[in-house]
Every structure is written in C-alpha cells, then in structure tokens.
Design a protein around this ligand. Sequence first.
Ligand SMILES: Nc1nc2c(ncn2[C@@H]2O[C@H](COP(=O)(O)OP(=O)(O)O)[C@@H](O)[C@H]2O)c(=O)[nH]1
Ligand SMILES: [Mg+2]
Length: 219
Amino acid sequence: MSNFRTLELHIDVNAANDVIASGIRKELDEKGLFLINVMASPGAGKTSCLMRTIDKLRDRHKIGVMEADIEADVDADKMEKAGVRTIQVHTGGECAMDADMTAAALREFPSDDLDLIFMENIGNLVCPAENDTGATINVAILSIPEGDDKPLKYPLMFKVCQAVIINKIDTRDYFDFDDDAVVRRIKRLNPESEVFFVSAKTGEGFDKWTDWLETQMNK
Ligand SMILES: Nc1nc2c(ncn2[C@@H]2O[C@H](COP(=O)(O)OP(=O)(O)O)[C@@H](O)[C@H]2O)c(=O)[nH]1
Ligand SMILES: [Mg+2]
C-alpha cells in the first residue's frame, strides 16, 4: 500500500500567473510601453522577422528585445551586433516564458527610455500559447515550409494571437501552401486576427505589418 495521499486541487494553475500578467499589462500601459510576444516554431523566422521589423521602426521608436532561450545566446548576440538593446532570458529548461520571467526581464531594461519591446519566445507552437506573459499583444509567425494546416493542429496559438505573420513567401514555388485556406483557418479561430504575408529574406510585405503595428501602438 502506498503511504502517500493524492490531493485533487481543481485549481487553475495559471491563475497566479494571470494575476501577475494583468499587473504587467497595466504597468506597461501606464508607462506607454508596448510589449509584443512573438511566438513560432524553431526556424520559422522569429529572429529574421524581428531584425527586418526593427530596421523599419528604429528611426521612429526606442526599441528593446528580450531573447528567451532554454540556454543559448545566439539570437541575443545577433541583436546586440545589430545595435539593438537586448536582454537574454534563460528559462532554465522551461518551454515558454511566463509572467514572472517577463517581469524579471522588464526590470533589467532601462524601460523609461523605450517605447517598444519585442519578446522572442521559445520556439514551440504549444507551451508559449498557454502562458499569458503580460505582453500588450501576441503575434505568431508561421512559415510557408511548415504548411497551411498548422492552425488546425495548434489552435490555441492562433486563438491567443492578434496577428499572424506568414513568413518565407519567397519559398512559395517549392511548397503547396494554400494562402486562402490558412487565412480561413486562422480567422475561424480568431475572427479579429490580422494576417500578413512576408519574406524576411527579401523584405517583401513588411510595410503592411509595421503600419499595422504602429496603428496598434497609437491606439
Ligand atoms: N528563404 C527564407 N529563409 C528565411 C526567411 N526567414 C528566415 N529564413 C531562414 O530560416 C532560418 C531560421 O531563421 P530564424 O530567424 O533564425 O528563425 P527562428 O528560429 O524562428 O528565430 C535561417 O536560416 C534564416 O535565414 C525567409 O523569409 N525566407
Ligand atoms: Mg531565433
């Protein structure tokens, strides 16, 4: 016979996280700081899209980046070399950022002179969607080689995002990717979601995305 007891708690394990996340959002709003949580699979093009986006916006905004990784510093190095203010967050094995980690990273930024922060979350279409980080908006990046069925397979990711960037449109000729189907699948999960088609390699499509982003910042 086992000598331990199982407690059925029936509590929302995310409840404590959500309280911290709401606090972060309120504070960001008061400071006029816009935090974007960028989520995608490994290799979808998070770092590449952020580089392009930052290039387009850096004349008009004071930008910082939070690079979340399980342990590497590769992306933070790239950002630093590009002259972007960067904080590396190591999640210690966790597969996603949570509100506590976000709060800790924000404390490390000289945020009083920033107005826009990008968080590159851990590469994964599952866990990051489950945690409210306190970001102002969530954005997913899906790349053409991954296929147009990903909203069907990972619905929560596309439900929690206000915008989806479809990256690597320069590779279109090599993959059977149905633009209309992906938009339909995304909108079925979140009718308010905006969808942008871009190539971080060629720069195509980034104007529409950055225009939309600046509109959100000015709301
Ligand atoms: N052809 C093509 N390759 C891309 C594009 N964006 C990123 N890549 C490549 O995809 C790989 C992963 O990109 P990266 O930005 O590191 O993805 P992350 O892991 O999501 O941050 C790299 O080899 C990039 O050069 C794109 O728009 N077109
Ligand atoms: Mg990256």
